[in-house]
Structures are given as structure tokens and as C-alpha cells.
Design a protein around this ligand. Structure first.
Ligand SMILES: O=C(O)CCC(=O)C(=O)O
Length: 275
């Protein structure tokens, strides 16, 4: 890994070897991503909101931030937000160890909080949805920020994506920085400017024939992004210890995950034994 000009916002091309990429693609095929609803089905919807599916299927490692529980958002939104999930497979563990070492070597020290580790991973599946036989492109993410503390590392595979940083409240104006995220590239950003003052978004993903990753009913994936973040371990809750309402919110998702993941099958069995 070699540093680039701005230490708090870097783009490192080609971080995976061919065998690592092949291992990652085979491992991805074992996953059953979830296509979550944005809000709870057991609690009232927020004022003015209507229920909808997320634009894309997802899978989480380290901890799962179910959309219906609200995402991890310290300092207030930390309880029952991050549910203990599967560990990283060896190929991602190796990449994350290299990324953490690179961040510690090249980032401004003030941008790396004490205890920071890349212990959480959101895997986003970008592509098109089948709507009555018509392919509808939903490969984008609107402007937002990631609330987990410290730098994030983002690995892309598949079709390249147009990624932009924009000023908060001025997203119709010119982007502050535009990057093409290519297959095998690792993007790193952190610190108060890139991570907190600006928002980021994926504007579009280039076309690509065929499909990537596991089969997902009604969806064709052409890009997969892994966003690694940090959630302090004290804020990660095992499924069996989630509050009763939160557990009811996610029970069906956990049932789906348990059907193909030994980790989630154990989490669910532990919950069934709980008093
Ligand atoms: O897909 C990407 O490159 C960015 C994903 C992202 O912004 C996020 O997961 O918060």
C-alpha cells in the first residue's frame, strides 16, 4: 500500500492479488444478502415516512446494523443498534490488517481515535432490480455520512463507480472531490473534514454484462462494495441480549440468515434458550 497526496483521503489501486480476489469472489457466493425494509414493522413509522425496501441488498460482518433499528449513530444512537455478526473471512482479515497498518502509518494521528479498529463491514450489492420483467438500475447511494468514529476503508469490486464528496446542504453544487472507484481499489478517508464536514454519495455505477456475487432473487449485481468501519466493542450486542422490541423487529431477518449461516443459526438457538 502506498500513500497518496492527501493523507486523510486516499485511493489505493489494485490492493488485492489475483488469488485474493478469486477467494473473495468465491466466498461472496456463499452469502445470502438481505434486502431489508427501511423501517420497523412492529413500531410506528416515523412521522411522514413510508415503508420501503432499501435500494440494495446488504450483508454485514462484525456487527449487523439493521436499518429498522436505526443505524449506529453515537453519542445517542448506540443502544440496540449494532448486533454481533460473523467475523471477517481470512481474505478480508488479511486486507483489513494491511489497511489498519497503512492508516496508522500515514493518517494524521488526531484522525485515528484510541481503540480504533476496522471491526465492522457493510457489504453493499449494487445493480438493477427486476420490475415486472424490466431491469431498473438502482446502483446509487444518496449523500450521507458514516457516523462510526475514525477512518473508514472501502474496497470495491466489479463495475467502477462514480463517488463524490459534496458540501452539506449544497449537494446540487459542484462536488468537492470526485473519484472513480475501480475493481480492486481501496479508498480510505477520515478526519473532521472528509468524514464529518462533507457528505459522500455514489452517483452511478458503470454498466457491466453478467452478474457478480451470489444469486439474489429479482436483482442483478454488477458492483460490490465493502465499507469497513469501527464500532466500539462495548456497543455491540449479541442477538440474545437485544431488547425485546428490537428482537421482534429483526427476528425474521435473523431467521433468514440462520438458514444459511452457522453463526446466525447459533445466535438464534442461544436466543431460544434465553429465559
Ligand atoms: O459504495 C461505495 O463506494 C460507498 C458506500 C457508502 O457510502 C456506505 O456504505 O456508506
Amino acid at each position: 500500500m502506498r500513500p497518496v497526496r492527501d493523507p486523510a483521503c486516499q485511493l489505493l489501486p489494485g490492493v488485492l492479488t489475483r488469488p485474493e480476489r478469486a477467494e473473495l469472489v468465491s466466498w461472496l457466493e456463499t452469502l445470502t444478502p438481505l434486502w431489508e425494509q427501511r423501517f420497523s414493522n412492529v413500531r410506528p413509522l416515523p412521522d411522514g415516512a413510508s415503508q420501503r425496501a432499501l435500494l440494495r441488498p446488504v450483508y454485514w460482518l462484525g456487527n449487523w446494523q439493521f436499518a429498522c433499528l436505526g443505524y449506529y449513530e453515537p453519542p445517542k444512537g448506540v443502544q440496540d443498534r449494532a448486533v454481533a455478526a460473523e467475523p471477517f473471512p481470512p481474505v478480508l482479515r488479511g486486507l483489513v490488517d494491511r489497511a489498519e497498518a497503512h492508516v496508522r502509518r500515514t493518517f494524521p494521528p488526531a484522525a485515528v481515535p484510541k481503540g480504533w479498529r476496522l471491526d465492522t463491514c457493510l457489504i453493499n450489492f449494487y445493480g438493477s432490480r427486476d420490475e415486472g420483467g424490466r431491469e431498473v438500475d438502482v446502483a446509487r447511494v444518496g449523500e450521507h455520512r458514516d457516523f462510526e468514529p475514525g477512518p473508514v476503508a472501502s474496497l470495491s469490486i466489479g463495475a467502477r463507480a462514480l463517488f463524490q464528496f459534496v458540501r452539506r446542504g449544497r449537494d446540487a453544487g459542484p462536488p468537492v472531490r470526485t473519484m472513480w472507484l475501480e475493481d480492486g481499489a481501496l479508498q480510505l478517508f477520515g478526519g473532521p473534514y472528509w468524514k464529518d464536514a462533507l457528505l459522500h454519495r455514489v452517483q452511478r455505477v458503470e454498466p457491466r454484462p453478467g452478474a457478480l456475487g451470489p444469486p439474489i432473487e429479482g436483482f442483478r449485481t454488477r458492483r460490490i462494495n465493502f465499507t469497513f468501519r469501527h464500532v466500539p466493542p462495548g456497543h455491540v450486542v449479541p442477538y440474545a441480549r437485544l431488547g425485546a422490541v428490537a428482537r421482534a423487529d429483526v427476528a425474521e431477518y435473523v431467521g433468514t440468515l440462520a438458514a444459511s449461516s452457522p453463526f446466525w443459526a447459533r445466535a438464534r438457538a442461544t436466543d431460544e434458550r434465553a429465559p
